[in-house]
Design a protein around this ligand. Structure first.
Ligand code: OOG
Ligand code: MG
Length: 262
């Protein structure tokens, strides 16, 4: 750790306020170039603790920057991990209040629901599939608190990996009944196809992104509890949305999920 407790507290408070008030900020490593990854995850943990203290409930976990398309779009090289809380949930077909966000983008993802606890290190694709109940389509709405979505890996980790809203729905299927590598996804905005891809875009297999999350938690002395929802990461580049847009994700064999930006 390079930063002291007081600085970590202040940075967590700052990023949390930016999220709640929908205002952007320069990336925090501009002011704190010495910040390391332990600091970044410690800031993320403090934001979660503040939300839990205010009555929030954990709704799941996410892996991000798990596809080459996303890494290239954001100019970074490694995956990142974050948390989801109940205030981020949007029902299938529901509305996001666009005014509560800064500059939202949508991502097509495969969501996992686990049946048994998963622990790292050493967690593999096979372990994830054995422990998973269901997979289903998910649209993640990301909203970096950083000006113009410009950040480095440490800054985006501290900002809970841009998490802001998500919607899961469509038809959940047994995780072992499909080959998620060849599962096709089509993302539509206002009836037009804006991105498409297949599951293998995410670190060769979406379950591998979940395994990376579990191994990350293991390094920090934590596990992925049974019954967790996990967003495994955007399969394509993220697509900007505005008030009035309607977004639908169609996933092969799993129906569709949609969200409207009001
Ligand atoms: C970071 C979050 C990326 C994903 O699925 O790749 C992410 C960002 O691009 O702002 O959630
Ligand atoms: Mg995502």
């Amino acid at each position: 750790m390079a930063l002291d407790d007081k600085t970590l507290d202040a940075l967590a408070e700052h990023l949390h306020a930016c999220q709640r008030e929908a205002r952007d900020t320069p990336k925090i490593t501009d002011q704190h170039p010495e910040m390391d990854f332990d600091d970044a995850y410690a800031i993320q943990d403090r934001i979660l603790a503040a939300k839990l203290k205010a009555g929030a409930r954990i709704a799941g976990y996410k892996a991000g920057l798990t596809s080459h398309a996303k890494m290239k779009q954001m100019g970074v090289t490694d995956p990142v991990f974050g948390f989801l809380v109940d205030e981020f949930i949007v029902p299938d077909g529901g509305e996001v209040q666009t005014g509560e966000l800064i500059h939202p983008k949508v991502e097509p993802e495969i969501a996992f629901v686990t049946r048994t606890e998963l622990k790292g290190p050493g967690c593999s694709v096979a372990n994830v599939l054995a422990a998973s109940d269901l997979v289903l389509p998910g649209i993640e709405v990301i909203d970096s608190r950083y000006r113009d979505f410009k950040f480095d890996l440490k800054s985006v980790v501290a900002d809970n990996t841009s998490a802001s809203r998500f919607v899961v729905g469509g038809r959940a299927v047994d995780a072992r009944s499909v080959d998620l590598r060849t599962t096709g996804v089509v993302l539509e905005k206002n009836g037009q196809v804006v991105a498409l891809g297949a599951g293998a875009a995410v670190v060769s297999h979406p379950a591998a992104a979940v395994a990376m999350l579990v191994n990350h938690l293991g390094r920090r002395g934590k596990s992925l509890p049974a019954g967790s929802l996990v967003l495994s990461g955007g399969i394509t580049e993220a697509v900007s949305v505005q008030k009035g847009d309607h977004v639908t994700l169609r996933v092969q064999g799993m129906g569709s999920v949609s969200v409207r930006f009001a």
